[in-house]
Design a binder for this molecule. Structure first.
Ligand code: B12
Length: 213
């Protein structure tokens, strides 16, 4: 039964059909599916397929935009249904998408899962300049700064964040975690970030490790 819902979720995103995505998200939750599973095995598979079709020229920007709109709606509904757990490890995390990049679906999922795991999270949005990451982390009293990038061209901003933290004499004050589709552990090591996470669940594990390190 859940397989059918996952398939419908994939189809809704492929078609860029927001009404269908809304209906499938609500129906899946009503039927008692785990929201994270519904996201991972359904909607995220759909948006990844859209990305592949776009990359190989079999789908164009207007369709990508419709698929993204359907994905944003599904994400909003599902995020609201993720149960909040009592935190065993607490900490404050600032999360944003770097300057020049407007992709925020993944970042928003990360924010929800962090909150669901009891971390205090400040979501600073997308297209965020490095200075703002630092300024907001200072004001929020963050322990960790998390940055997301989906474009290879904006990955350099994560490196710049490391450099600016050093310049400001703040590098030891914070732990940093990087994520986003083109980001790898190798990139994290290269720029000197404290951690890399391949998805939101991995992010939760890594943040817990950083907070107890
Ligand atoms: C949806 C989408 C869009 C939407 C974004 C809507 C939105 N509100 O986010 C729209 C239509 C706006 C868009 C625009 C563009 N896009 Co686009 N887009 C995508 C697409 C299809 C899916 C991204 C997505 O949401 N994935 C689903 C989420 C859940 O996954 P995720 O983001 O990777 O996040 C997970 C993990 O990476 C991790 N994570 C992510 N961030 C973080 C941060 C931390 C701290 C942690 C711990 C973990 C973590 O956890 C998340 C959840 O599990 C990708 C293809 C792809 N496969 O990535 C292309 C893609 C990223 N886009 C691409 C391009 C080229 C563009 C445009 C330049 C197109 C254009 N010509 O205008 C513009 C960019 C505009 C800009 N300046 O930013 C290319 C990038 C190529 C490259 N090498 O850089 C891709 C790869 C498509 C392709 N295959 O060509 N896009």
């Amino acid at each position: 039964m859940s397989e059918k819902i996952f398939k419908e979720a994939i189809e809704a995103i492929l078609k860029g059909d927001t009404d269908k995505a809304t209906d499938v998200a609500k129906r899946g939750l009503d039927e008692g599916l785990n929201p994270i599973e519904l996201m991972d095995k359904g909607f995220i598979q759909g948006i990844n397929q859209v990305g592949d079709l776009f990359e190989t020229g079999r789908l164009f920007l207007p369709q990508l935009v419709y698929s993204a709109m359907a994905m944003e709606k599904a994400t909003e509904i599902i995020n609201a249904a993720i149960p909040e757990e009592k935190a065993l490890v607490t900490g404050k995390v600032v999360v944003g998408t770097v300057e020049g990049d407007v992709h925020d679906i993944g970042k928003t999922i990360v924010v929800s899962l962090f909150k669901a795991n009891g971390f205090e999270v400040l979501d600073i949005g997308r297209d965020v300049p490095v200075e703002r990451f630092i300024d907001q982390a200072e004001k929020f009293g963050a322990h960790i700064i998390g940055s997301s990038t989906l474009l290879t061209t904006t990955m350099a901003m994560q490196k710049q964040l490391e450099q600016e933290l050093k310049k400001a004499g703040l590098r030891e004050k914070y732990k940093t975690i990087v994520g986003g589709a083109p980001v790898t552990q190798r990139w994290a090591d290269r720029i000197g970030a404290d951690a890399y996470a391949q998805d939101a669940g991995d992010g939760v594990k890594k943040v817990k490790l950083l907070l107890t390190a």
